[in-house]
Ligand binder design. Structure first.
Ligand SMILES: [Zn+2]
Length: 258
């Protein structure tokens, strides 16, 4: 992970040593502190003012599972009882807690660039109609990511433990990804469901999950790609020299690896 300098956004600065940046969390306007360091009253006032579909900017913020739960609860759409987000920016956030964004519906895109997931066992299932950006993020523990999304960016993403990507509709960019342990990827044949209710996938129409780029990937352990369709499951190892062409589908890849 690259050394982080002074953030480019208005930041909290909590606990700053002389000449240092302190807490890098994005200030929650109109306050100066980030969401993690707001007073209880100010945090409650901010959360009470959020509406389903709100745009969020919590870059650099230190999240516990409890803090995320509070945030998502304030974004619940009463018609679906699921958190509904607009454009969500969590770049450089440090993310604790075992589960993230379960059942979230993201109407624009979500960015976790350079985010650090500590102890996170599950991300999603979520639906994102735009781009889900996990570029340069670090997953420190075993994680399952379930996402129906138009585009998934995992450029220079690092898995420091095992991982599973279960995807729908997604065009996936894995350029320069670092896999220290096996990471599996599969196309999920049916919409994700929570409490026996399938999640709607507005605007997601491409039936395929496909890898746009695997160039430069650094895999200490071979990744396993799986393609699931109805009851058929096939999987195979990542080819030693992955095809470089665009729009390469996992179905082709798993066939190539048989
Ligand atoms: Zn802060």
């Amino acid at each position: 992970m690259t050394t982080l300098g002074i953030p480019s956004w208005p930041h909290c600065g909590h606990g700053a040593p002389p000449g240092g940046a302190g807490c890098r969390g994005r200030s929650v306007e109109p306050y100066t502190a980030c969401l993690a360091h707001l007073s209880d009253d100010d945090r409650s006032a901010y959360l009470a003012g959020l509406q389903p579909g709100a745009h969020l900017d919590h870059r650099g913020t230190l999240f516990t599972e409890e803090l995320l739960s509070e945030l998502l609860a304030s974004l619940k759409d009463p018609s679906t009882d699921r958190p509904c987000l607009g454009d969500a920016r969590f770049d450089e956030a440090k993310i604790g807690g075992s589960a993230w964004f379960e059942g979230a519906e993201i109407g624009v895109g979500a960015s976790f660039r350079r985010g650090r997931f500590v102890g996170t066992a599950a991300v999603g299932p979520l639906v994102c109609t735009g781009t889900l950006d996990l570029s340069e993020a670090v997953f420190e523990s075993a994680v399952t990511i379930e996402a129906a999304t138009a585009v998934l960016h995992c450029r220079r993403t690092r898995w420091a433990s095992t991982g599973a990507l279960r995807l729908r509709h997604a065009a996936v960019d894995l350029s320069d990804a670092v896999l220290e342990y096996p990471v599996s990827m599969s196309a999920h044949s049916r919409p994700f469901a929570l409490l026996s209710r399938e999640m709607a996938e507005p605007g997601l129409t491409d039936p395929r999950v496909r890898a746009l780029s695997l160039r430069g990937g650094d895999a200490a352990h071979p990744a396993m790609y799986a393609f699931e369709k109805t009851s058929t499951r096939r999987c195979g190892p990542l080819p030693a020299r992955p095809p470089m062409r665009e729009d390469f589908s996992f179905s082709q890849m798993s066939t190539a690896g048989q």
